[in-house]
Write a protein that binds this ligand. Structure first.
Ligand SMILES: [Zn+2]
Length: 301
């Protein structure tokens, strides 16, 4: 059983926000055991825990908020923290959004690694999946099945010729996360840019922080041939990190996205009582191996 971790010293990063297009700065500092990842916005009192109950919007990016104070686009930073096994972190945001960086989680991984890491005396409380949960429709869905470890299998089946069918199945260990997932960038379709911008989104988006997909091909150089499905997996890791506990289960995804990811997080939170304030500290969901037998009907899902 592993122990919770945090960083050793504060580190700072700044840049343009993907959606707001505004300059924003974050300071990531060590935090005590069992505090989880907490966002604070400079000039505001609110403490915004990175938990399912704080999600106020999940359409084009994940927005967390408490009492009107909001932080947009937290998912790549959340993914970096989860991928590195950082359970507790204080995130101070000077602005309204986490910087876009290069559109991936790589810059946050480098930043967090430069902050060092310490193990705390409190143990982790994994969220062990004991029965399957599924959200979505026939063509876009997410499900989680009991498994001995955290695993993601993702299939992206796009009609766009530059994306096509891409699939990945992996156990996101730290090494795999850092080398194979963190550098994968967010992407957008050129045909959607105008509508997004009209709606106040993607104001800071450019070829510097996103893969842009044109009519037939990609306008910038890809880092991996299947960078799209890798980024989808990265986003999913960032969203699952909002559970505030490391997941032990096999997550299977098909054509999911931010909103569906959040639907799964909500369903998991509800099924495990994480959405009820005050119950988060009760480690009653740490199941023994004997409890992990698949529920009847599991094979038919
Ligand atoms: Zn993303």
């Amino acid at each position: 059983m592993s122990y919770q971790q945090t960083t050793k010293k504060p580190v700072t990063f700044e840049g343009i926000g993907l959606h707001s297009g505004k300059l924003t700065k974050i300071v990531l500092s060590p935090a005590p055991a069992d505090s989880g990842i907490v966002f604070r916005v400079v000039g505001h009192q609110a403490r915004i825990p990175a938990l399912p109950g704080s999600v106020v919007d999940s359409h084009y990016a994940t927005t967390l908020g408490v009492n009107g104070t909001r932080v947009h686009t937290v998912e790549h930073l959340m993914a970096a923290a989860a991928g590195l096994g950082l359970d507790n972190l204080d995130v101070r945001v000077d602005g309204i959004e986490v910087p876009a960086a290069d559109g991936s989680a790589q810059p946050f991984v480098s930043l967090l690694r430069s902050a060092g890491r310490i193990a705390l005396t409190a143990r982790r409380r994994p969220l062990v999946i004991v029965r399957p949960i599924r959200v979505g429709t026939d063509s876009r869905w997410l499900q989680v099945l009991p498994s001995d470890s955290f695993r993601i299998s993702y299939t992206l089946d796009s009609s766009h010729p530059a994306v096509g069918m891409q699939a990945i199945s992996c156990e996101p260990t730290e090494k795999l996360f850092v080398e194979e997932l963190a550098p994968a960038r967010t992407y957008g379709f050129l045909k959607d840019v105008e509508t997004l911008r009209k709606n106040g989104l993607a104001q800071g988006g450019s070829l510097e922080n996103a893969i842009v997909v044109g009519k037939r091909n990609v306008l910038n150089e890809l880092r991996y041939r299947d960078e799209f499905v890798r980024h989808k997996t990265l986003d999913l890791i960032g969203h699952l990190a909002l559970l505030g506990r490391p997941l032990v289960g096999h997550v299977i995804a098909r054509n999911a996205g931010h909103a569906l990811n959040y639907e799964l997080v909500s369903a998991l939170a509800q099924a495990h009582g994480l959405d009820r304030p005050g119950l988060r500290a009760v480690p009653k969901l740490v199941a023994r191996t004997a409890d992990l037998a698949p529920a009847p009907g599991f094979a038919a899902l």
